[in-house]
Design a protein around this ligand. Sequence first.
Ligand SMILES: *Cc1c(COP(=O)(O)O)cnc(C)c1O
Length: 356
Amino acid sequence: METMANKIAIEKAKSSKIHDVDFDNLSFGSVYSDHMLVCDYKNGKWNTPKVVPYQPITLDPSAKIFHYGQSIFEGMKAYKDENGKVWLFRPEENCKRLNKSAQRLAIPEIPEAYFMEGLNTLIDLESEWIPQSPGSSLYIRPFVFASGNGFHASPADEYKFIIACAPSGSYFSGKVKVLIEETYSRAANGGVGYAKAGGNYAGQFYPTKLAADKGYQQVIWTDDNTHEFIEEAGAMNVFVRINDTLMTAPTSDRILDGITRKSILDIAKDEGIKTEVRKISVHELVEAAENGSLKEMFGAGTAAVVSPISGFGYHGKDYDLPDLEESYASLLKKRITDIQYNRAEDKFGWRHEVIQ
Ligand SMILES: *Cc1c(COP(=O)(O)O)cnc(C)c1O
């Protein structure tokens, strides 16, 4: 990684909002820390990022983000251990993925040093904002959007890269009941499903609302061509346990390459759990649910880490999953969070200390 020629300037907030925040009752991503990182792309290059007080952004009504949706983001967390040290989890993977998304949406790629040094500077400055109660963390939202103007349908000539932070409590929503989606699709071959593009989420809200109206908290996306193979659980990757084998769908144009997903696969192998990365058909799920070999299903992603599924609906019928005392979901969640919070050895080299 190239290092930065210029140091990141910090403009401090006049006063801190931290004393107004009820750290014992944090919801997810709804209060923001005092500062944010801002980096502007102008005249064909990214300028040196700077840290400024968290504040609204002013844009021209013709800014291309509003019209053509050039918008991508990442989701990550900072964790504080018992000794007050601050850790990130595989941050270079978020940087790589942001640039993979950028390429697909015709957004100029962010220099890795701007991302990594910008992140370190911001998180170090905001370290008091990292809650320490069990399961809580500082949620970090890097995002890039087209700030350049014009109704002409072409890539913008100006962009903003921002990192904002939200102290967040533990993301526990209980088990969710899911609907296997057969009408709508999240992504298509050759499309943008593998990118963390804002529009992918916009397209999910309506089908998810229809599922919610029928009593399901989440949708299981299937392949857009046949709707016969499961792909993701809402905005998380999906895992299935049949007997003692843990499986997940292979990444593709349509499936986001989740960092939690690949970490879970590595940890499961390390635990001696048999894993398979392959297409999983709905037919196979129904059969396994009927003969009792379907033991678990769960979503995997940064926010909830692991989100257990209680059952699924398909063709008007509900299939319930057993309530296991010793689930892979809880074992894998514990192992991954023990690494994230520096409670266990990190044999994979995933933990990244924030330099103070
Ligand atoms: C962000 C995201 C995931 C999870 O990725 P992580 O890197 O594990 O947080 C999975 N699927 C979709 C569609 C996503 O947007």
